[in-house]
Design a protein around this ligand. Sequence first.
Ligand code: GLN
Length: 186
Amino acid sequence: MDTVGVLALQGAFIEHEKILASLGVKAIELRQRQDLAKSFDRLIIPGGESTVIGKLLNDSDMKNPIKEFIDNGMPVFGTCAGLILLAKEITNDTARHLCTMDITANRNAYGRQLGSFYTESNFNGKNIPMLFIRAPYIEDAGEKVEILSVVNNRIVAAREKNQLVTAFHPELNEDTYVHEYFLSIT
Ligand code: GLN
């Protein structure tokens, strides 16, 4: 049975742990570099503030080892800020973070008024609840990227080999479909 390492520097990591627990999956928190020596098979990068998580990744010396895990094929799931951290390009930010996924993220893409909203829409063929909180969207995606969800003509979920990203927050709903999808990535 897999163990999931949840990056726990800032943001909504506890909510991911709760979903994993409800699925009977073990999670460990990754808070400092030493934690990366523990045994885990998958990685979740939660929502929060990408600038803050990015800075903490650098300061804690966790950025390069995590990048290596992903480059070596470890399944990773980035939600919201996690999507921004994985993106190779970010339209409206000078910072770049892990840069492992061939997507261009547009940060805080829905403007102030529409910063947060709830909808139900199709993810990989299933209708699921989607909560967007000052979310990014995917402005551009490379050839090898599979589009899993489009809402209001914007790409909000995608996969490239071992990497899965959603602009919305599946950890904030009861529905476990996206986490189950992530856990099925081999
Ligand atoms: N707006 C945040 C950022 O730029 C992401 C918001 C979220 O993760 N809910 O990092």
